[in-house]
Design a protein around this ligand. Structure first.
Ligand code: MRU
Length: 368
């Protein structure tokens, strides 16, 4: 019997808003690649849990979900408050609650703060008007993300050539953002233009975002994809199979130090040793100029069961053993060749080049 062909993961929205029903629709990423299922999030608790449990994950996607989530909270609060002060007090509570779901990706607090600014700016208007402005901002955050992915992809593509071997870690793709993704944006644009890249995906222990998610979306897009274990990156680089590394990020400090999925700094150190350029794909929403260096970035610690039990039929480490499970690490800016943003490519020294990028953005925002 002929099996029904699965719908491409590229054709399903990672996150979308169903405003009529006051719900957020997400792909449940914990089920991929075995099952492609969308779920609807209605309550603030469901939204918080979906972010914490990694049903929706990746810095930009978390930001977009939080933006929609806070808008939905505002809608609900508006129905039971009639003064700005009462509305705003509840709004801040909802904001702080969503903000507590994951600490490292700056996009989460960035998106929530964007909505907070809109709220304060519209203080003199009626509550329904404020809610309308919040809706507009939440949608704008998602649209900006789509635009930024594409733009950043063009800059990233200018750094490589047809036939190149590329390596990526974790999932900074369509499932972590929208459409083109971040680290995958140069890969998808190259694919559209016949570049025939060969992409190596680190499996990305312990949650396997590389093996489960990046491999799935690259394959669905027809890209030559090879999964490697995390401890194989030196081997493929030594063999000359990798011409460039592209990864995403959860927070870039003002000096260029970059927090991304645990293991990124290992890839960066190996890439430096083998003279392979290490590129960070960073939408400006991920650049945190208020954080001076990587030392100030809070790293999320996750349950040890992700290491010892998840993905195994039987527990694979002795009962009671201590487990260290930080979800992210910080790659020292000295290991980074360039930071690719939607407003251009930043090269060392990053304290200067990132400042310049943010100035270009501020100018562009003024003109828009
Ligand atoms: O724990 P996750 O899966 O949310 O971690 C995701 C990453 O580390 C990504 O590389 C990062 O968020 C960049 S996504 C464009």
């Amino acid at each position: 019997m002929c099996e029904e062909k699965r719908q491409s993961i590229m054709d399903i929205d990672t996150v979308s808003l169903d405003d009529e029903n006051s719900q957020i629709i997400i792909i449940d990423q914990t089920l991929l690649p075995y099952e492609t299922k969308t779920i609807r999030l209605t309550t603030q608790n469901q939204i918080w849990e979906a972010i914490y449990r990694l049903q929706v994950r990746g810095a930009p996607a978390i930001g977009v979900t939080a933006g929609f989530g806070l808008y939905l909270a505002a809608k609900e609060i508006a129905a039971r408050t009639d003064t700005y002060d009462a509305f705003y007090a509840e709004f801040v509570k909802a904001k702080d609650y969503l903000d507590s779901s994951r600490p490292t990706a700056v996009n989460l607090s960035w998106a929530l703060n964007q909505l907070d600014k809109v709220c304060k700016k519209n203080q003199g208007r009626s509550i329904p008007e404020i809610v309308g402005a919040l809706h507009k901002e939440a949608v704008r955050i998602q649209e900006e993300d789509i635009w930024a992915c594409h733009k950043l992809g063009e800059y990233g593509l200018s750094l490589v050539k047809p036939g190149d071997g590329l390596l990526t870690h974790c999932n900074a793709g369509k499932l972590a953002a929208t459409r083109y993704g971040m680290a995958t944006a140069p890969m998808y644009l190259g694919q559209e233009r016949g570049y025939n890249f060969r992409v190596y995906c680190d499996e990305t222990r312990p949650v396997l975002q590389g093996a489960r998610l990046t491999a799935m979306e690259l394959m669905d897009s027809g890209i030559d994809t090879t999964v490697i274990c995390d401890n194989m990156s030196a081997s493929v680089m030594k063999a000359g199979l990798v011409n460039a590394v592209f990864v995403g990020c959860d927070r870039v400090a003002a000096n260029g130090d970059t927090a991304n999925k645990i293991g990124t700094s290992v890839v960066a150190a190996v890439a430096k040793y083998y003279h392979v350029p290490m590129y960070i794909c960073a939408p400006t929403s991920t650049i945190d100029m208020q954080t001076a260096t990587g030392d100030e970035i809070r790293i999320e610690q996750r349950p040890g069961s992700e290491v010892t039990e998840m993905w195994y039929e039987k527990r694979m480490a002795p009962e009671g053993v201590k487990v260290y499970n930080p979800a992210f690490d910080v790659t020292d800016h000295e290991l980074i060749t360039a930071i690719v943003t939607e407003y251009g490519i930043a090269y060392p020294p990053y304290t200067e080049s990132l400042k310049k990028i943010m100035e270009i953005k501020a100018e562009a925002m003024k003109e828009a």
